[in-house]
Ligand binder design. Structure first.
Ligand code: KG4
Ligand code: ZN
Length: 418
């Protein structure tokens, strides 16, 4: 099995990433080339541009990951790659390169579901922390009993309720560890937009850049979260089962037929409510002026700062931003804890780009403390797309010799779990 070194490549959306991870638990390198600058001015990811940028970046990013890990291709035991879900053309760039590397090195190729990758971002963090802990214990001469106690309470042995909340997904899974491998059952998901998509659309509407999440995250703290009472209606599954195929890309990645409606999300309503508020209070001209001063105007800075954006926002806009975020986080929290309680999961994992959100982290953590439920997040760098999480998810597959064949192709709507 060598040293258990896996090189992973991730190119499902707008980041080209490569990482080398040892035995699914020690990150030797994690390199992410973001395409934000390419897509920012369009207010969203342009698929054709994404593929072109991946083509440009994939070779240097992989080289950088090997160099930073201080390994060569010959040291690797396997190549892992994201095979879906994501943009077809973008995925194919990573898959094609991963196949070529695996073939040339004569080592296995492992296909990883991007959503499983996000879940493993949290598990990777936990493993790294526990390894650091046990090596500290070793060094300090703490008796074996202590590490045994740690092992027996290892949270990675327990089923977890995982919320994957990103630009493409808002999905709840029950993740169960089973002899190194993990199994996933889909518990809930969005019936329309993903939470990150709502962040991005609201930011675009307000003249802020792409991705919108970090802008809203930063500006929300200056507004009153109670100012606009946004509400989420209970979703009726039957409405969505009227024989019509789901319309959005998020909806296509998983069926909703047998899901408890209490665990379904919908973010298109709040997006429309924000739009109505903007129209009603005539905030559009201000948003246009903001876009111009931050992005499109002759004096627009190369890289707009939060301070510059803040200077363009009146209190009403800041209240709108704060209220939007408060409502979204509240809804995510309510349904996630309800699912955790109903399924008897002993802990919650929150992961994906939106898990980088400060209000989300603090409110989920506080609610976890109140209910005595562990809530774990990846580090900020591992929350958004990266390849270390792909290498971590590939490790159990490597041990199980669950390898992809040379016919591996991109699956843009690849589902996870049932
Ligand atoms: O996981 P990710 O990098 O890519 C996908 O798989 O989609 O997530 C990107 C999404 C974007 O919608 C972005 O606006 C959102 O995550 N995001 C945030 C924050 N940072 C990124 N949303 C809220 N608050 C943040 N701090
Ligand atoms: Zn992602």
């Amino acid at each position: 099995m060598g040293n258990g070194l896996i090189l992973a490549i991730e190119s499902s959306c707008d980041e080209t990433a490569a990482a080398v991870v040892e035995r699914g638990s020690r990150t030797l390198s994690s390199v992410v080339a973001s395409q934000i600058a390419t897509h920012a001015r369009y207010g969203g990811v342009v698929p054709e541009l994404a593929s072109r940028e991946h083509l440009r970046a994939v070779v240097p990013v992989v080289r950088a990951a090997l160099a930073q890990a201080n390994v060569t291709l010959n040291d690797l035991d396997a190549i892992a790659v994201t095979s879906g879900p994501g943009l077809a053309g973008a995925l194919l760039v990573g898959i094609t390169y991963a196949k070529a590397l695996a073939f040339a090195q004569n080592i296995p190729l492992i296909a990883v579901n991007h959503l499983e990758g996000h879940i493993h971002a949290v598990l990777l963090n936990e493993r790294e922390t526990s390894e650091r802990r046990s090596s500290l214990d070793d060094a300090s001469g703490v008796p074996d009993l202590a590490s045994e106690t740690w092992e027996s309470t290892n949270p990675q042995d327990e089923p977890a309720l995982a919320l994957v909340v990103s630009g493409g997904h808002t999905h709840l899974y029950l993740a169960r560890p089973a002899h190194d491998a993990w199994t996933y059952a889909l518990i809930g998901r969005t019936v329309d937009d993903a939470a990150g998509e709502a962040y991005d659309k609201v930011a675009k509407l307000l003249g802020l850049g792409y991705p919108g999440g970090p802008w809203i995250d930063s500006l929300a703290q200056y507004g009153n979260p109670q100012a606009v009472p946004f509400a989420f209606a209970q979703i009726k599954t039957k409405l969505h089962l009227a024989g019509k195929p789901p319309r959005t890309k998020a909806a296509k990645t998983a069926p909703i037929a047998n899901l408890d409606p209490h665990f379904l999300f919908s973010f298109s309503g709040i997006k429309t409510a924000v739009l109505r508020y903007v129209e009603l209070h005539n905030l559009r001209p201000e948003a246009e002026a903001r876009r111009e001063s931050l992005y499109t105007g002759p004096d627009a800075p190369a890289k707009p700062t939060v301070e510059a954006a803040l200077a363009t926002c009146d209190p009403q806009t800041l209240d709108l931003i704060a209220s939007f975020q408060h409502a979204v986080v509240g809804d995510l929290m309510k349904k996630t804890f309800a699912a955790q309680e109903s399924l008897g999961a002993t802990r919650i994992l929150v992961t994906g780009g939106v898990a980088a959100n400060r209000e989300l982290r603090s409110r989920f953590t506080a609610e976890g403390v109140r209910r005595n439920i562990r809530v774990a997040f990846p580090t900020l760098a591992l929350s958004t797309d990266n390849a270390a999480m792909i290498a971590a998810a590939a490790w159990p597959r490597f041990k199980a010799r669950d390898f992809a064949t040379s016919s591996l192709s991109a699956d843009p709507s690849l589902a996870l779990g049932r």
